[in-house]
Ligand binder design. Structure first.
Ligand code: F6R
Length: 628
């Protein structure tokens, strides 16, 4: 939660930082701010509300200067008002700090500082940091002051600091929250007219330097990046990047090329990232499938594990990733006969789970930064269990801490509602289950061929489904966008689809929605049904088809409005339903949920639009949940 950014270089820092914040706003967007250090002073601009408020403020009161830090907030301590927005300043206005994470001992530190006469300007946990820095900074060694402060902090943080008297230095530190440092291309020739630092007009001789919580915010200025590790401080300035540990030991700064393109983090011709990411699913699936095959056959993932001896897997995930995990369990049971447990990370981490030495823990996370999933990973590792990360962001903490990584290759997912990462997770889990089955000798050659053919046919089917379902989806959105609540029912592999469809509608359209296993509905929740309740029924022609038809009859008998998801040519289903959202038919029934979720993603999108909701930045949410 929260995004931080920083810039030093020849360009106007405020202009670079506002673009960086635009790319970080998926991490929080209830207020934003930035500070520029220039001419021996700190120049602050902050605004409550969306980023456009800060942008407007900057347009009215522009900033010059070449060194600054910025922040986009998801409130934890104190409401999203201007005085709680970052950056926070020391009482003398000489030191500014941005922070992602939580300072857990802030109450004790605040009391101590207040006892010394410091007057706080905000309700945040962060504000103790600039005040402590002011206490320890002797005007000579800012890194030493930061090191002293860090020794007093408990909790998780990525911090960015600038000083009024050091207008070409940024200090950053990391413990538990992500932080990347980017470096621009080697300058062709130093032009003194546009390569000035702010200190006395001396030429900026180094490549420009950036700081951010995530790679997209380093673009387009950075060509290389490095990940700051927990327990490290970086000192950025004309000398380049100096990294030391909190204890003061030197660490080599090793940069690597950035592979994400600026195009991948823009909306292109779409009206929202969500619409773009839904449309990208066929190409994401193709890329993912190709990555798991060589010469048309499944290759074993390079995880350093003996897949043949796998007996027990625990999946850890949150939200949409947890729904994918539910499908992963079905795949591993069906194909590889492995015993699988699926745990919500925030529950797992506070239990004392029983785990034998033969257990593999698989953490599933789009961002790779979800605090609860990361904590689950660390708990599993503390029990000496091998941990694999199924992640989209391969530079993330989960990817770095896991013993092995299965990348999703979905490209940056920026819309807060997960769409393409979900279908990629489901496909990746299907292929992983097949790889395990193959290693165990449970997937004969012809079965493997059929499975690979079914997977390879899916991207086209997804493309066709997105086109096919659109008119009916829009019609339903027109009719039901004002409904107060909705129910989603599914059985077997379509139960996770029902949960996921309900989550999408809740989070982006603010419609109360619940997903149920259809067979469970009559044990109480069926009392909700009236002629005003849209009930979305997942009914592809799978093994549960007949059972599902009976469940639909039960809803119909109570006058519920039935929106079915199923085969376009299914006359029985069409006759039974008020509306049919048609989907293609997967070659392997196990893959059908990837097609079934597509109309539900589009339905949530259209309902949200009709209700005037911001689909990319739904209220109260943030993309990466880096707090408990
Ligand atoms: C819903 C959604 C969230 C995430 C959850 C886990 O659309 O995006 O429910 O799935 O916060 O996030 P990751 O996968 O990044 O760990």
């Amino acid at each position: 939660m929260c995004g931080i950014a920083g810039y030093i270089g020849p360009k106007n820092a405020a202009q670079v930082l506002i673009v960086a914040l635009e790319r970080l706003k998926y991490r929080g967007y209830d207020s934003a701010g930035l500070v520029v250090s220039e001419g021996g002073k700190l120049h602050l601009r902050r605004a409550a509300g969306k980023l456009k408020e800060l942008d407007a403020k900057l347009a009215a009161q522009p900033l010059s200067g070449h060194c600054g830090i910025a922040h986009t907030r998801w409130a934890t301590h104190g409401p999203p008002v201007e005085h709680n927005s970052h950056p926070h300043l020391s009482a003398d206005g000489r030191i500014a700090v941005v922070h992602n994470g939580i300072i857990e001992n802030h109450v004790a530190l605040r009391r101590e500082l207040e006892g010394e006469g410091v007057v706080f300007a905000s309700q945040t946990d962060t504000e103790v940091v600039p005040h402590l820095l002011a206490k320890y900074y002797d005007g000579k060694d800012p890194v030493a002051a930061l090191r002293t402060v860090l020794a007093r902090l408990e909790g998780s943080f990525a911090l960015g600091v600038v000083f009024a008297d050091r207008s070409d230095r940024i200090l950053v530190a990391r413990e538990g929250s992500p932080l990347l440092i980017g470096r621009g291309r080697e300058p062709k020739a130093a032009r003194t007219d546009d390569r000035r630092s702010t200190e006395g007009g001396t030429p900026w001789t180094e490549r420009e330097l950036l700081v951010a919580s995530d790679i997209p915010a380093l673009l387009p200025h950075a060509s290389e990046f490095l990940t700051l590790e927990d327990g490290q401080i970086a000192d950025l300035g004309p000398h380049g990047v100096r990294i030391t540990t909190f204890a003061g030991d030197k660490v080599e700064a090793r940069f690597r090329p950035i592979e994400v393109t600026a195009e991948a983090v823009s909306k292109g011709s779409f009206d929202s990232f969500m619409a773009k990411e839904i449309a990208e699913q066929p190409s994401v699936l193709t890329r993912l499938i190709d990555s798991r095959l060589r010469g048309g056959v499944l290759v074993e993932p390079d995880l350093g594990l003996d897949l043949a001896s796998l007996r027990h897997i625990v999946f850890l995930a949150c939200g949409t990733s947890w729904h994918a995990a539910l499908l992963g369990k079905r795949f591993l049971e069906a194909l590889a006969r492995v015993h699988v447990e699926v745990d919500i990370s925030s529950e797992y981490r506070y239990r004392n789970p029983v785990a034998g030495g033969d257990t593999l823990v698989v953490t599933i996370s789009q961002s790779g930064e979800t605090a609860d999933t990361l904590a689950g990973l660390r708990l599993a590792k503390s029990k000496f269990l091998p941990v694999v990360g199924l992640v989209n962001t391969v530079t993330s903490t989960i990817a770095r801490e896991a013993n092995g990584v299965m990348p999703l290759l979905a490209g940056p997912e920026i819309g807060v509602a997960s769409t393409k990462a979900y279908t990629a997770q489901v496909m990746a889990l299907y292929l992983f289950a097949a790889q395990v089955a193959k290693a165990k000798g449970l997937l004969p050659r012809d079965a493997e061929e059929a499975l690979v053919a079914a997977a390879r046919a899916l991207p086209d089917l997804a493309e066709r489904t997105l086109k096919l379902c659109e008119p009916a989806v829009e019609e339903c959105a027109d009719l039901y966008s004002a409904a107060q609540a909705s129910v989603f029912l599914g059985r077997g592999g379509e139960h996770p689809t029902a949960l996921e469809g309900a989550l999408k509608l809740k989070e982006i359209a603010y419609v109360h929605a619940v997903g149920y296993p259809a067979g469970e509905f009559k044990h109480g929740p069926i009392a909700l049904v009236t002629k005003h309740l849209p009930v979305v029924c997942m009914c592809p022609r799978d093994a549960m088809y007949e059972k599902m038809l009976s469940n639909i009859q039960e809803v119909k008998a109570r006058a519920g409005r039935i929106i079915s998801v199923g085969d376009a040519a299914d006359r029985d289903l069409r006759d039974l339903s008020d509306h049919l959202l048609p989907v293609g038919r997967a070659g392997d029934e196990l893959l059908q949920p990837i097609l079934s979720i597509l109309p539900l993603q589009r339905y949530a999108y259209h309902v949200a639009r009709r209700r005037d909701c911001d689909v990319d930045q739904p209220r109260n949410l943030a993309k990466s949940v880096t707090v408990e």
